[in-house]
Write a protein that binds this ligand. Structure first.
Ligand SMILES: [Zn+2]
Length: 286
C-alpha cells in the first residue's frame, strides 16, 4: 500500500491508494466528524468505478475532486447498502457528473425508493444542511455474479439481514481484495449495530470467512476507516457476540452502550456506539 500525496494537501480527508495489477484502488476517508465513511474509486485502465458517496456534501465534493484529478470517465457510481451515510452524498456527485448511472442491488434500490427520502429528512433534522435535501435514486441495478470490466474480474455478492437490510460486496478475486462495506470493521472500532440482526450478521461473517480463504483475500476495504486484513475477522465476531449479549440484557439504549463498553473497553469512538444504540432502541427512526 502507498499513500497518495497529490490529493492530500488540499483535502480535509485522506486518500490511501492500493496499487494492484491492472488497476489502482483509491480509498477516500473523510475526517472523524463524518464517521470516517469511505468512498472507494476503482481506477481501471480506461474508466473509474466509484463506490459509495459520503454522508456530508462537502466530503462528497472532495470525492468529486479526487475523481477530477484522475482524469478518466466514470463508468458508474455504486451504492453498497441502504444507509444514508453512504448515499446522501450522491446528491452532489450525480449533480456534478450528470449522466453517470447510480447502480445498486435491486433490493437496495427498492428500499431507497420507498424509504430513502424519509431517512434523509430525519438525518437532515438531526445533522443539518450537509445532509442531502434530495435523494439520488439509483437508476441502474447490480446483478449479483461475476463481471469482467476493463480486463479486471469482479464478483458482486448480496448479503441480507446484517448491518443493514441488504449489502453488496465487491470482490476482486484475482487481486486478493474485497470491499465489504459495513459488514466488517477495524478491531479498534465499534461496529454499527443499528438493528438487532446479530445472528444474521454472524452468519454473514461465516460466509465472508469462507470467501476470504477461497479467494486468498489479503485486504478488506471496510465502510468506515482504513482497510483491514483477515486477521481482524475474529475481533468482528467477538464484537457481535458482545453486542448481542448486551442487547439481550439491556432494556435501554444507555444500558446497552455501557454493557458493550464494559465488554470491549478498547473500542472507539464512543460516537459510533452511541449512535448505533439510538437506532437499535428506536429513538431515531427510520
Ligand atoms: Zn456506514
Amino acid at each position: 500500500m502507498t499513500n497518495s500525496t497529490r490529493e492530500k494537501k488540499t483535502m480535509l480527508g485522506t486518500v490511501q491508494t492500493l496499487e494492484l495489477d491492472g488497476l489502482k484502488v483509491h480509498i477516500y476517508t473523510p475526517p472523524d466528524e463524518s464517521l470516517l465513511v469511505n468512498s472507494t474509486v476503482l481506477e481501471l485502465a480506461d474508466r473509474l468505478i466509484v463506490v459509495d458517496g459520503q454522508i456530508f456534501q462537502k466530503f462528497a465534493a472532495e470525492v468529486g475532486d479526487l475523481i477530477d484529478t484522475l482524469g478518466k470517465p466514470i463508468d458508474r457510481f455504486i451504492l453498497t447498502h441502504n444507509h444514508p451515510d453512504h448515499y446522501s452524498g450522491f446528491q452532489h456527485l450525480t449533480e456534478r457528473f450528470p449522466g453517470v448511472q447510480l447502480a445498486a442491488l435491486p433490493s437496495v434500490r427498492k428500499y431507497l425508493v420507498k424509504m430513502g427520502q424519509q431517512v434523509l429528512d430525519v438525518r437532515r433534522s438531526l445533522f443539518g444542511d450537509e445532509i442531502a435535501a434530495r435523494l439520488a435514486v439509483p437508476d441502474a441495478v447490480i446483478v449479483p455474479g461475476e463481471l469482467v470490466i476493463s480486463a479486471v474480474r469482479f464478483l458482486f455478492q448480496e448479503f441480507s439481514d446484517a448491518e443493514s437490510e441488504y449489502t453488496l460486496t465487491i470482490t476482486l478475486p484475482d487481486h486478493g481484495v474485497a470491499l465489504v462495506a459495513d459488514l466488517l470493521g477495524s478491531e479498534h472500532n465499534h461496529l454499527f449495530t443499528v438493528q438487532p440482526n446479530f445472528d444474521g450478521w454472524l452468519a454473514v461473517l461465516d460466509k465472508i470467512r469462507l470467501d476470504v480463504a477461497k479467494y486468498g483475500i489479503k485486504t478488506l476495504i471496510v465502510g468506515h476507516g482504513a482497510p483491514i486484513g483477515p486477521e481482524s475477522l475474529p475481533a468482528n465476531v467477538a464484537y457481535l457476540e458482545a453486542a448481542k449479549a448486551a442487547f439481550a440484557s439491556s432494556a435501554k439504549a444507555e444500558d446497552f452502550v455501557a454493557a458493550v463498553k464494559a465488554s470491549l473497553p478498547d473500542r472507539s469512538p464512543d460516537l459510533w456506539v452511541n449512535w448505533s444504540s439510538q437506532m437499535l432502541y428506536g429513538h431515531v427512526a427510520p
